[in-house]
Design a protein around this ligand. Sequence first.
Ligand SMILES: Cc1cc2nc3c(=O)[nH]c(=O)nc-3n(C[C@H](O)[C@H](O)[C@H](O)COP(=O)(O)O)c2cc1C
Length: 362
Amino acid sequence: MKILVLQGSPRPKGFTQMVLERFLAGVASKGAEYEVIPLANKKIKPCIGCYNCWFNTPGICIHKDEMPEILEKLKSSDVWVWATPLYHFGMSAYMKLCLERTIPLVLPFMIESDGITTHPYRFPDQEAKKMVLISVCGFPEVEHFSALIENFRLLSRAGRRELAGVLLRPGAESMRFIEKLGKKGEDVLNGFYRAGQEIVEKGRISQEVEEIVRQEWTKNRRGFQDQANLFMTIRLEHEERTRRGEEKRPFEEAVKQDIRILLGGMAVSFKREAAGDLEATIQFDVTGKQPGQWYYEIKDGYCAFREGKLDHPTLTIHTPSEVWLAISNGELDGAKAFMEKKYTAEGDLNLLMGFKSLFGPM
Ligand SMILES: Cc1cc2nc3c(=O)[nH]c(=O)nc-3n(C[C@H](O)[C@H](O)[C@H](O)COP(=O)(O)O)c2cc1C
């Protein structure tokens, strides 16, 4: 089986690439051949609708660019994998350019197939092709992919190429903190790997695997939005400090050491089932490298994370930022650090004891 991947993301280290690499590792583990075409690095001019490729030079486009090589590869592969970031509810412009330029692969005539009018193939060996759609997006809900899925369903139906799998990853930007996503993060990446194996072994991707990769990171959508907004604020501040020459670290490194992302992430992972009707406030009095005052307000099954100092919190934790970061990264044991007074707490200590069940991997 020969698999051709049309990679439509302009970001070589983006999340389309991240999930694609896992998928291809699965493909390789089953011994299939694959090739990736990074569309953003290819010279592909837009289709100008002149129909020269239909009437004047049948099968050959008027443009002189890199598309003819891609068409040859499309003709000689069994599975086309379309991997694209979601841009404005659809595929990226790089992918759209490539897709439109596949028009020389069909004849101008019209035929009926599967209850729809379409074009016959110019090259008869195209009958056996399958397609897989892989897409990632920033927003957390899978509904954002609706138009893209419908686009590929129609391409499959009219193009008579089975859509053998649809792998969607909403909230993809969260994968920069993949280690914080715990078991869900692992399951999702393993899902992409399994999908790669399945396409080679069974010729299609199971619904079970499709559902694993698209599962929501959290049911706490408001928390997700809060955390995303915090991330944007930190990024803006970082770029501002970089411009002023006060920050030398790359953003990706700095953000992982930012106590606010850590505390905000804990709030997103708040387990409403474990909390019941708990109402409490938790003050973080942070000293050390990143001093500040932040607090949680737990109410109605939701944990809000805010900056500021409360007058009468239920629990106050006094900690250097480095200590809390080390606990969160698993470099320090929380209970042991407390015994050793690396951080201290006052107020309702039962609340502190319950942290592991209240806040945990999503
Ligand atoms: C121009 C543009 C349009 C976007 N449109 C959407 C969108 O409609 N829905 C969404 O959830 N995310 C949208 N995003 C976010 C991307 O899908 C998200 O950042 C994704 O991770 C990008 O893929 P990459 O990491 O492979 O570059 C958009 C991003 C850009 C740059």
